[in-house]
Ligand binder design. Structure first.
Ligand code: COA
Length: 176
């Protein structure tokens, strides 16, 4: 797989199946990659939960409250980057939360950077501050975020417990 085989574009309603498939695959990846930098539930959410999550995301997307880019290769989506409102109060409407995840096959090729650039550029329309949380062990993500201009606010020690191990989490922000 080469970076040229992957395109980055906006979210489409038909992406649902692929996005759920990617998300479910992260649960399988955990067994071989216990440091995977995504916070997961104890078990895979049901398809009904996924439908409800995606409908919420898509609704915010068409309302202009969420900005979402996906990475597509071979006719399928293999990654998503989204910026969503931090809450639903008017006073915090300028603050967005960023999330990003790609399937392993398309990591480490600059796709994450491409997706973030696209999503952040669009998010300027609405947001002034973007925040995110990242496991301190997640070198790739931390490097990418620093490169995009994110600054560290602080570290929450032992923010997550996974399989008997604690993980520290860094909160970062970007002013647009
Ligand atoms: C984190 C993630 C989104 C980064 O996207 P990506 O496309 O793999 O990253 P890029 O290829 O754009 O690389 C970004 C930078 O990190 C570096 N990098 C990539 N993999 C790395 C690794 N394993 N260790 C250290 N640095 C790494 C790259 O070299 C690049 O820096 P450079 O431009 O100075 O060379 C992706 O790896 C991923 O989805 N990981 C699993 C889910 C996850 O951790 N999400 C983030 C949750 S906070």
């Amino acid at each position: 797989m080469k970076a040229e085989d992957v395109s980055v574009r906006g979210l489409e309603w038909d992406d649902f199946d692929d996005i759920v498939r990617c998300y479910y695959s992260y649960y399988d990846e955990l067994s071989v990659n216990p440091d995977l930098g995504i916070t997961l539930y104890a078990s895979k959410p049901s398809l009904a939960d996924e439908i409800s999550w995606f409908s919420g995301l898509y609704t915010q997307f068409v309302e202009g409250k969420a900005f979402v880019s996906v990475a597509e290769t071979g006719g399928h989506v293999g990654g998503i980057c989204d910026i969503r409102p931090i809450g639903n109060r008017e006073e915090e409407a300028h603050v967005g939360v960023l999330g990003i995840a790609l399937i392993p096959e398309i990591r480490g090729m600059g796709i994450g950077e491409k997706m973030m650039s696209r999503t952040l550029n669009e998010a300027r329309l609405r947001y002034k501050i973007i925040v995110l949380d990242v496991f301190t062990v997640n070198k790739a993500a931390r490097k990418l975020y620093s490169k995009m201009g994110f600054k560290t606010i602080g570290v929450l020690p032992k923010a997550l417990k996974r399989g008997g191990r604690y993980y520290d989490e860094e909160r970062m922000y970007l002013e647009l």
